[in-house]
Design a protein around this ligand. Structure first.
Ligand code: SF4
Ligand code: SF4
Length: 494
């Protein structure tokens, strides 16, 4: 009986919300972000200390992820960094495998695959990455904000301190807080640099005087200023106004995406808790306590629906669940749910868009797997020496080539070039000595290819050259051999 009554109330509320267009897309809403007032002035957010079971899980996830992030530069696979993104030297190491500018296509496929994965993940699970995994949010909410709570107290105490005139206590608290912020920013700056140039070089910079490695020192100072500025001042604006992923939510989210959502059918009409049981049964479950707003680090009221500022941190879920427990109502008035699952009561995950993105992702993963499996350790480029055509010598036609070898591995490789086809072509190394390409380096050489005149009947003969390390074929390169059209054999006959 209670279930039937509940259903009727939801139906009635749904009809009402649609007729008043409470969550309709034609609603007039705000055209400013929640942290900026109408005159364009920043509204500083003092979120209340979060608490609850989801917050406990976030603390655990944060400890794991930040340990991985800060310890990452020390992780090695086969003696190589697990992750190195050296943009200066255009060298990238992912899971111990080196990638060079020559692997541009492969890197492009990796990036496209990653983006499609992020899109698919967002379409299904909304912005959960932002609240639970993004380093910006983890550092802001779980490190810097926690230090702030520890030194300045909860939101009301922070507000009081901000308004209070300068005193010894205020000076002490502010100085202590900002000194710790600066120290953590220095640690983050060193970590970022270690991901870019490697941990050994970063330690070397630390141990040298700044004048010995001015560029490294300047990079560290710049990174520190940026991180300190972001965490001490810019804060949630990074997610709202700068992060491109955040800005993309408007086009990625669908009505089926699972986001942090307020169940307006259950919560409305909101109002203060009434003592009269009759009134209670017809009122919504939201008692308008504003706790969900007070804990929000981006200053929004989730009861207004999904908004671009929401980073899915779930602080409002915890806060509301606590209220529901206290007033004897079921938890989940704010919960992970899609717009349609609240409206229709059914959560659909597999939609046409999800299937489409999944198919693209599987294809890309296939391409990536194939490209990785067929990727060679040595990249060989063979180009005709500029300004040369061909020479005729002792019954042979010869072409001169510049050859460049790039060794993508971390050890030296002894290379040999051999003609695979046609069998009558021969290859001569001008330097006449064995080729040893240094680890992570490149080597240039000059080679002749010679073909007996009788066999040169085309202007262009395709020669297949094999690149060998011992007996192992590493790569096969196609080379164009230029000869005199028909003239070589004529000349021989005459
Ligand atoms: S915390 Fe829950 S009950 Fe309180 S205002 Fe927010 S939605 Fe309503
Ligand atoms: S609305 Fe809720 S989930 Fe979204 S940012 Fe605010 S507190 Fe976090």
């Amino acid at each position: 009986m209670a279930g039937v009554e509940r259903y009727d109330i939801r139906k009635e509320r749904l009809a009402k919300s649609e007729s008043t267009s409470l969550y309709g897309y034609d609603d007039e809403f705000r055209n400013t972000i929640a942290t900026v007032d109408e005159s364009g002035k920043r509204i500083w957010i003092y979120p209340k200390k979060p608490f609850g079971s989801l917050h406990t899980w976030r603390v655990i996830v944060t400890i794991v992820l930040l340990s991985l992030l800060l310890g990452g530069p020390f992780l090695k696979i086969n003696g190589q960094p697990a992750l190195l993104l050296n943009f200066f030297e255009r060298k990238f190491v992912i899971l111990g495998q080196a990638f060079w500018p020559q692997d541009l296509v492969l890197l492009a496929v990796v990036l496209i695959t990653f983006f499609v994965f992020i899109i698919l993940f967002t379409v299904v699970f909304g912005r959960v990455w932002c609240g639970w995994m993004c380093p910006q949010t983890l550092f802001m909410e779980m490190v810097f904000r926690k230090i702030e709570y520890l030194i300045e107290g909860d939101a009301p105490a922070q507000r009081r301190l901000a308004k209070a005139p300068m005193s010894l206590e205020k000076f002490y608290k502010k100085t202590l807080k900002h000194s710790i912020f600066l120290a953590i920013s220095i640690v983050i700056a060193h970590t970022v640099l270690a991901y870019m140039i490697g941990i050994e070089q970063t330690i070397a910079i630390i141990n040298q005087s700044p004048s010995k490695n001015l560029a490294g020192f300047i990079a560290l100072v710049v990174f520190t200023i940026i991180f300190y500025g972001v965490y001490a001042k810019f804060r949630e604006q990074a997610c709202i106004a700068v992060c491109p992923y955040g800005r993309l939510q408007g086009v990625l989210l669908t009505k089926e995406s699972i986001v942090v959502a307020y169940d307006w059918l259950r919560g409305e009409p909101r109002g203060k808790l009434k003592k009269n049981p009759e009134e209670i049964s017809h009122a919504g479950d939201c008692v308008d306590c504003h706790l969900c707003v007070h804990v929000c680090p981006t200053g929004i009221d989730i009861r207004n629906g999904t908004q671009l500022e929401c980073v899915n941190c779930t602080a409002c879920i915890d806060a509301c669940d606590d209220v529901m427990l206290k007033i004897g109502k079921p938890k989940g008035l704010i919960r992970f749910a899609s717009y349609n699952s609240i409206k229709e009561g059914v959560q659909k995950i597999i939609t046409g868009r999800v299937i489409g993105y999944s198919i693209i992702l599987v294809i890309l993963l296939g391409v990536l797997g194939f490209a990785l499996m067929t990727r060679s350790d040595v990249e060989t480029t063979v180009l005709k020496v500029p300004g040369t055509l061909y020479q005729r010598e002792n019954g042979y036609i010869t072409n001169l080539y510049n050859v460049e070898f790039v060794n993508k591995t971390f050890s030296d490789i002894n290379i040999q070039l051999r003609i695979e086809s046609p069998g009558y072509a021969a290859l001569v190394n001008v330097a006449g000595k064995p080729v040893s390409v240094p680890a992570e380096g490149f080597l240039k050489g000059v080679y002749f290819i010679k073909i007996p005149e009788d066999y040169v009947t085309n202007a262009r003969t395709v020669v297949h050259v094999g690149v060998y390390e011992g007996d192992k074929l590493i790569e096969s390169v196609k080379v164009k051999f230029i000869g005199p059209v028909g003239k070589a054999s004529d000349a021989k006959r005459n």
